[in-house]
Design a protein around this ligand. Structure first.
Ligand code: NAI
Ligand code: AKG
Length: 528
């Protein structure tokens, strides 16, 4: 089957070459489409690749029925409705490192241009003037650069500022004293950065917590004559407050690559001679564009090939080391969830997943997401996947607990899922047998040994002579062949369980027929 990739913003031709060369991938370049045309092109699309222009709204996502991956050739994903994508189980990937260097270099170019009025001086020359007085600048050496957001780009800017012999003070909620020391920057609070800096550069994402963080209050805390650079995202600086602060003389100048609404041609800030600006060019280099396009192309190919990605945005990424350890267990967790879902009666309230043995040592969250996918699919259908299973569980109100224990009950690894509903609870345990694949080893209190494959019949009955024979006879009369049979009981003459593997899917009327047999309480057909 062909995997269709729609590309709706211009991406580097070299960057998408891997997609062109990949087998079974069809590319549809839709860079000249309006929204209606784009929706049409998305009808049979599996993936959508964008830069920052295409607004991937909830409406667009809702109207793309086959969409499985959205790739952002860049860092910021604020043009993508992540909640809508997650709800639909669409994985969003980005290219977190590919444009870091270019964005940092652009920031430094803006810093220097701002300090030395280069764009304004050039404009004046173009206007036929030889004005050397108006464009007197300031040196960077020994000035303080305040960095808000010391992530990938912020840290690269810090390195370069040190090269200009600037002092650097930074605030980032994740900045440790050790990292600050390594980078040679002073660690400060936001207020300390605002108060001490001669230049302030912003490198945070646009989040609810960063929207308008540089506002009138923040400007009031800054030094007179401070200069501001924003090559991160529009919306982090309150633009009206910046305008006023420049007009009042508090802020000596601003260098802006981004504003809250783009394109920002005609914005009032551009009328101020103290402002220099570029049209969101931070990542616009040949190298960065090639790199980010390659990164997202490779992730789309990886997804189309094995369903996994390297740079997910709407689910935690899994390191290669962790993936090597847990990948073999995915087949067990999904089947455990699916198996349990057939046994449960009533609305799920609580799911307890216990990981024992070698799994007690690792991050098991990806396994739990996968188990929840298995558990929810029976009732919610195939749109449940590892991306949205946690979201859907929360929405339904299922409480999930992950427990770890060293008590392995003789297995090297053991995963037990307990599903509690308003009507009772069910417990299923499984293990991964070296070289033999997954096994269900316990259903409630009954030890069993079931390969979770093909068509299974799970029969709760009373432990009495003849029960097994009656089931066998009944199935034989229905022409259902039994391949394997497991029997477990809690005590002699008590409640017992039969798990049969049969050759074909058992029809609902055949299940009903079995339930009418003497001493048979309940029959469930499970198909893998
Ligand atoms: N102008 C352009 O063309 C480009 C812009 N960008 C933008 O640059 C920004 C930074 O990108 P990266 O460094 O790659 O991201 P990153 O994720 O590596 O770093 C962002 C940092 O901001 C910090 N942060 C979050 N909230 C904060 C707060 N309230 N105060 C201080 N720090 C906070 C985070 O802890 C993180 O360390 C993003 O907004 C990205 O979209 C990135 C590339 C190109
Ligand atoms: O695609 C672009 O040129 C914008 C890059 C950017 O803003 C980002 O990566 O966050």
């Amino acid at each position: 089957m062909t995997f269709k990739v729609v590309i709706s913003d211009p991406l580097s031709e070299e960057g998408i070459q891997p997609l062109r060369e990949a087998e079974n991938i069809e590319i549809d370049i839709a860079t000249d489409c309006d929204e209606t045309q784009l929706i049409e092109r998305l009808q049979d699309a599996d993936a959508l690749l964008v830069r920052s222009q295409t607004q991937v709204t909830r409406e667009l996502i809702d109207k793309a029925p086959q969409l499985k991956v959205i790739g952002r050739a860049g860092v910021g994903v604020d043009n993508i409705d992540l909640d809508a994508a997650t709800e639909r189980g669409i994985i969003v990937v980005n290219a977190p490192d590919g444009n870091t260097n270019s964005a940092a270099e652009h920031t430094v170019a803006m810093l220097m241009s701002l300090a030395r009025n280069i764009p304004q001086a050039f404009q004046s020359l173009q206007a036929g003037k030889w004005d050397r007085k108006t464009y007197i600048g300031v040196e960077l050496k020994h000035k303080t650069l305040g960095i808000i957001g010391l992530g990938r780009i912020g840290a690269e800017v810090a390195h370069r500022a040190k090269g200009q012999r600037m002092n650097v003070i930074a605030y980032d909620p994740f900045l440790t004293a050790e990292t600050a020391q390594k980078l040679g920057v002073e660690q400060g609070t936001v207020d300390e950065v605002l108060a001490k800096a001669d230049f302030i550069t912003i490198h945070t994402p646009l989040l609810d917590s960063t929207r308008n963080m540089i506002n009138a209050d923040a400007f009031a805390k800054m030094k007179d004559g401070v200069r501001i650079i924003n090559c991160a995202r529009g919306g982090i600086i309150d633009e009206d407050a910046l305008y006023d602060a420049i007009v009042e003389g508090k802020v000596a100048g601003a260098a802006l690559d981004v504003l809250s609404v783009e394109p920002f041609v005609g914005h009032k800030l551009l009328d101020l001679p103290q402002v220099i600006a570029t049209p969101h060019l931070g990542a616009s280099t040949v190298e960065a564009q090639e790199s980010v396009a390659i990164d997202v192309s490779m992730d789309v190919i990886k997804f189309a090939t094995d369903g996994t990605v390297r740079n997910p945005v709407n689910m935690p990424s899994i390191s290669k080391r962790l993936l090597d350890k847990i990948e073999p267990f995915f087949v067990l967790t999904e089947k455990l969830g699916a198996f349990a879902s057939h046994l449960v009666d009533g609305a799920y309230q609580q799911v307890n997943v216990t990981y024992a043995g070698e799994l007690a040592e690792v991050d098991v969250r990806p396994l739990t997401r996968n188990l929840m996918k298995g558990l929810l699919t029976l009732n919610l259908g195939n749109h449940v996947n590892d991306v949205n299973s946690r979201y859907l569980s929360n929405r339904i109100g299922i409480k999930i607990d992950e427990l770890k224990t060293t008590a392995t009950k003789g297995f090297t690894n053991l995963i037990t899922v307990e599903v509690v509903t308003e009507k009772g609870s069910v417990k299923v345990a499984g293990t991964l047998l070296n070289g033999l694949g997954p096994r269900i080893v316990k259903v409630d209190d009954y030890p069993v040994d079931v390969v979770p494959e093909g068509h299974l019949l799970l029969i709760n009955h009373k432990d009495q002579p003849g029960a097994i024979g009656r089931v066998g006879m009944h199935l034989a009369a229905e022409n259902v062949n039994i391949a394997t049979m497991q029997v477990g009981r809690s005590e002699q003459g008590g409640k017992a369980i039969m798990i049969l593997t049969v050759d074909y899917e058992v029809k609902p009327e055949e299940v009903e027929g079995l339930e009418k047999l003497d001493n048979v309480f309940e029959v469930k057909a499970i198909n893998f």
